[in-house]
Design a protein. Structure first.
Length: 167
């Protein structure tokens, strides 16, 4: 706490399981999302639409029942998005995407894309994303806990690779 304000939880604390409740909640939420979308074959757009339908149903019932329960109607603010900031963001993104494409043209992208396509053939994007997410939540804490053994093993592997390279 700094001057009465609570500081946000750093990402490293979540990945290193320093606050076990939050780390478990994040990993559990990702697992539920993965099971929902991957195993049950539920789609994100369907979930968003169902949540919107449920919200509209609740607002409709509340609005119509407000006379019977003698409560005020819900005050739903009007939303208005100005176009200028979106045009500026799009223009900035266009410039950055063009720079990135120019960079990619200069780099040998084909081997990376080939490796990505092979990995993509093994599993779909959501499963791959979930595997990376789980690894981000397990590898750092395991490394922090067993750092000496991992470093010794890595040193032996490096020495063995150098021996094989010489051969």
């Amino acid at each position: 706490m700094v001057d009465g304000y609570r500081l946000p939880l750093p990402t490293a604390d979540v990945f290193l399981w320093r606050n076990k409740k939050i780390s478990a909640s994040v990993l559990g939420g990702a697992t539920v999302a993965w099971v929902l979308f991957e195993l049950l074959e539920y789609h994100l757009l369907t979930l968003v639409c169902h949540c919107a339908i449920l919200s509209l149903d609740v607002l409709f019932l509340w609005s119509n029942a407000s006379t019977f329960i003698q409560k005020s109607r819900p005050k739903i603010p009007e939303a208005h998005l100005p176009g200028e900031p979106f045009l500026q963001i799009a223009a900035g993104l266009r410039i950055e995407i063009n720079k990135a494409l120019g960079c990619f043209r200069e780099i040998a992208v084909i081997p990376g894309l080939w490796v990505l396509s092979v990995v993509g053939a093994w599993c779909n994007f959501l499963t791959l994303f979930y595997i990376v997410f789980v690894l981000l939540h397990t590898v750092p804490v395991l490394y922090e806990r067993y750092e000496d053994q991992v470093d010794n093993f890595a040193e032996k592997a490096k020495h063995e690779m150098k021996k094989q390279y010489v051969v």
